[in-house]
Design a protein around this ligand. Sequence first.
Ligand SMILES: Nc1ncnc2c1ncn2[C@@H]1O[C@H](COP(=O)(O)OP(=O)(O)OP(=O)(O)O)[C@@H](O)[C@H]1O
Ligand SMILES: [Mg+2]
Length: 158
Amino acid sequence: MTTTPFTILQTSCAEETEALGRRLAALLPPGAVVTLYGNLGAGKTVLARGIARGLGVAEPVTSPTFAIVQEYRAPGGRWFYHLDLYRIRDDSDALAFGIEEYLFNPAAVTVVEWPERIPGLLADTGPDGMPACNLLFPVHIDSLDETRRRFRIPAMPG
Ligand SMILES: Nc1ncnc2c1ncn2[C@@H]1O[C@H](COP(=O)(O)OP(=O)(O)OP(=O)(O)O)[C@@H](O)[C@H]1O
Ligand SMILES: [Mg+2]
């Protein structure tokens, strides 16, 4: 088993988390899938908004809990996909919804809230011989108190 190096960062308000998202965006290659692990209110949507801003998305970025996915055009023909799987039950539910389009689009950066719902799809080997998602960037968020959040971010290439 190999260990992935990661960075621990802390923010003290939503604005700092959004700024962190903007910085992260600059390091994400096309095709990246950023999975955000963290409790209700951890700041997943705030971080996703920052990533969108960093990619040049100017539209308002709000939680897609009911829509499950929001698609945004980014400059240069790129896409930013924002998925919230809170209301998805499991892998097969997600496949029925057509999640592959979002997880395997090489021209998109995709952020996934509640990735816990689809462990099989995010595992090293996909189900039914489906290719594994090989550009995964799992980010773990811990709420330390009302306003402080700790982020565990994988080391980025470059
Ligand atoms: N350091 C911080 N980083 C991010 N958000 C913070 C921070 N401190 C306070 N907040 C507040 O916490 C809330 C985070 O909400 P957000 O919708 O991003 O959470 P979430 O993880 O997406 O939750 P959900 O699971 O419901 O989708 C916001 O109200 C934000 O203002
Ligand atoms: Mg959210």
